[in-house]
Design a protein around this ligand. Structure first.
Ligand code: ZN
Length: 359
């Protein structure tokens, strides 16, 4: 779909599992609410869908038969070149510098310093108020060449409280000819004041067969099934952990955890080895590990990482009560992971607790 669909620097336009959502968007186009929150769990193509919405909204020669934009008008060409004056992307530093879709980074650099690309320290995950103020300034002007102005805000749940309050101005008194698309994988983290002023659209999940087919075309990895299992079936995350080496790190972490349980590996060395891995990601993996154990204990379904350890690590060695205590602690860490936390110390504590959990 679209003439530029094959271009390597572009996002992939239409994903096979988003067809119904797309038809519904196109069907209601013209009567769209000025502010939409589009949600999907991380890794299901939320960004792709919203970029498609944006390009469709800007195109001046929509193909009504194929329900798509034309790909050749001035709006479409500028959009794809990353230089459309009526398209705005507000995101955090992490998304600008390390997001997987180049065009999002390119547009976002109108609002933040391009030097974050080479930044050595950690990239900020929040969206500050000045970006929203700058967007408001642009949004109150008339569109330059398209018939409307479009803004994507992502991840909208990372707006800090002041930024969210500033955004209310656009939600309550929307400038003419403007559409706001707020992208979120965790909409429950958005302030109720923002939620109540937007229409919410939830993107559909693909079937297992759709994802498997898609992944076979998009990665050469032989670990597709494991990657899907570890990412809850999320296609982009599965591809990403295959290609980025994260799958390997997770495999090593789980091997290390088995060692910690068997007391053949040191909890401290394990947390040291994870120093350069994103803390929130590690906590999510650990939650998965503990849930695997709960399932193993209560249903007998052995987890993938238990293959070489079943002789001396059996589920009757841990108690449900202890497992849930560890899980609760991980939930607390996940909640405070966005604040200041001594990550290495937190991991030491978790690994020691896991070790003590085994009888
Ligand atoms: Zn066009």
């Amino acid at each position: 779909m679209g003439l530029l669909a094959k271009s390597t620097r572009m996002f992939e336009y239409m994903l096979p599992w988003q067809q119904a959502n797309w038809e519904s968007f196109v069907g209601s186009f013209g009567n769209l609410h000025h502010a939409q929150i589009i949600t999907a769990p991380e890794g299901y193509g939320l960004r792709e869908f919203c970029l498609s919405m944006a390009q469709y909204s800007l195109c001046s020669d929509i193909d009504k038969k194929k329900n798509t934009w034309c790909g050749v008008c001035q709006n479409c060409q500028l959009f794809s070149a990353g230089s459309h004056p009526d398209f705005h992307v507000i995101c955090n530093e992490l998304e600008s510098a390390q997001g997987r879709i180049d065009i999002i980074g390119e547009y976002s650099f109108r609002y933040q310093d391009e030097s974050v690309r080479d930044q050595k320290g950690p990239l900020k995950k929040i969206i500050p108020i000045d970006h929203i103020r700058a967007l408001i300034e642009k949004f109150v002007q008339r569109p330059h060449i398209a018939t409307r102005k479009i803004a994507l805000i992502l991840p909208a749940d990372r707006l800090n409280i002041n930024a969210a309050n500033a955004l209310l101005k656009l939600l309550e008194e929307p400038p003419e000819d403007s559409l706001l698309f707020l992208l979120s994988s965790e909409p429950s983290r958005l302030p109720p004041t923002v939620l109540s002023r937007c229409v919410q659209i939830q993107l559909q999940r693909p079937s297992h067969e759709q994802v498997q087919l898609w992944l076979k075309d998009h990665t050469a990895s032989e670990d597709i099934d494991l990657a899907l299992q570890l990412t809850d079936g999320a296609p982009f995350k599965a591809r990403q952990i295959c290609e980025s080496g994260l799958l390997q790190i997770q495999k090593e972490l789980f091997e290390g955890l088995v060692g910690v349980c068997r007391k053949t590996a040191s909890p401290y060395q394990l947390s040291k080895a994870l120093q350069n891995t994103d803390f929130e990601e590690v906590i999510k993996w650990l939650q998965g590990f503990v849930l695997d154990m709960v399932r193993w204990k209560n249903t007998g379904k052995s987890p993938w990482w238990s293959a070489n350890s079943e002789q001396d690590l059996k589920p009757d060695k841990f108690s449900n009560e202890r497992l849930f205590q560890v899980y609760d602690r991980l939930c607390v860490y996940r909640r405070i992971a966005r604040g200041s936390i001594n990550e290495e110390l937190a991991l030491d504590t978790i690994f020691l607790t896991i070790q003590k959990m085994v009888r």
